[in-house]
Design a protein around this ligand. Structure first.
Ligand code: PLP
Length: 365
């Protein structure tokens, strides 16, 4: 079976370093906000080019804490994408705000500056672009709109660790950003984990409180907070992988470019790169009118493929009533035709060729 991500192969390379880190942790027993969490936060902030990086329990929590710390709450509208994982909108709902879904660009699958501009009302407080599948949203243009209208820019970077625009990291453009370390993400740990980034001292201080029961000093509580800390053992894993993230992302880009080159003549749409942002291919996602046929053929050859995402958020049961009558034609058309192929840092050229061979046998016939 060829899986969507081969985590075993990636682990084999770094096993010694991780096992050593785990053994040290078991020795010192500082399991909560210990030395590896602190070191990882510093190393991640340095890598991402931000003043503060604060570990937390998941990517969903990272977005939630970022919105809370930025003061987004009941009655506020947050402009975002419906073509994303549910957690983007869940975080907005957790703080009592309303997600306002706008349509995407058919090439990048990200929300467009034009659509954002048209959705602004006097209740809009923030814009939350998602760098979907690892492709940066048009942050310079989105940031200009936010600055002009006094809106907060809060990036969903769950799929974009290491993606850049003009050498600037996603997660460093807005007021705050949330990253996920779910195992299959570009930088993944061995369970759940997340990170909030910000350049604001005030926001960072709030997030540190919110993630730890509203407390700076143990048993003294200033606000109602949460239990949402990054685990010390996960920080060991993340430190080992952060050192290699550029190599991992380069391998993903290499595999993606090989896929696209080998399929250039087939009747499907390979991923678009705008030449400004550096896409880190969390997913390699195609558009094809004969998606179901292709996926069936891959499955018959023991090759995984998946649809991210079959149902856009405004068509989900949970948002059906709230979004009644909302039409997002590009989002809906993309959701009906998209599918993703295996991609990860250990995918070989031969495997890419084998997968393309199966797709070719269906589409060139
Ligand atoms: C994975 C993901 C999240 C949530 O991250 P978790 O760590 O699973 O909570 C949020 N947004 C997007 C776009 C994601 O892909």
């Amino acid at each position: 079976m060829i899986p969507m991500v081969n985590l075993k192969a990636q682990y084999a390379d770094i096993q010694d370093e991780i096992v050593r880190g785990f053994a040290e942790t078991l020795d010192h027993c500082a399991f909560i906000l210990g030395p590896n969490v602190q070191a990882f936060e510093q190393e991640a902030a340095e890598y991402l080019g931000v003043k503060h990086a604060i570990g937390c329990a998941s990517g969903t929590d990272a977005l939630h804490l970022a919105l809370l710390a930025e003061g987004i709450g009941p009655g506020d509208e947050v402009i975002t994408s419906a073509f994303t994982f549910i957690a983007t909108a869940e975080a907005i709902k957790y703080v009592g705000a309303t997600p306002v879904f706008v349509d995407i660009d058919p090439g990048t699958f990200n929300i467009t500056p034009e659509n954002i501009k048209n959705a602004i009302t006097d209740k809009t407080k923030a814009v939350m672009p998602v760098h979907l599948f690892g492709q940066p949203a048009d942050l310079p243009a989105i940031k200009a709109i936010c600055d002009k209208h006094g809106l907060k820019l809060i990036e969903d970077c769950a799929q974009s660790f290491g993606a850049t625009i003009s050498n600037q990291q996603t997660g460093s453009f807005g007021e705050a950003a949330g990253f996920s370390f779910f195992p299959s993400k570009n930088l993944g740990c061995f369970g759940d984990g997340g990170l909030v980034t910000t350049n604001s001292d005030e926001t960072a201080a709030k997030i540190k409180q919110y993630r730890n029961h509203g407390s700076d000093v143990r048993y003294y509580h200033d606000v109602i907070g949460y239990n949402s800390r990054l685990d010390e053992l996960q920080a060991v894993v993340l430190r080992a992988k952060l050192k290699r993230i550029d190599q991992y992302n380069a391998a993903r880009r290499h595999a993606a470019h090989l896929y696209s080159k080998l399929m250039a003549d087939l009747p499907l749409t390979t991923p678009y790169e705008d030449g400004v942002g550096v896409h880190v291919y969390h997913q390699y996602t195609l558009l094809c009118d004969r998606r179901d046929e292709v996926m069936k053929a891959l499955q018959d050859q023991q090759i995984a493929s998946a649809v991210y995402y079959p149902v856009p958020l405004h068509k989900q049961n949970v948002f059906m009533a709230e979004c009644a009558g909302l039409s997002l034609p590009v989002t809906e058309s993309v959701a009906a035709r998209c599918f993703s192929l295996p991609i990860c840092s250990s995918l070989s050229d031969d495997t890419v060729k084998q997968i393309v061979g199966v797709i070719r046998s269906v589409l060139a016939a």
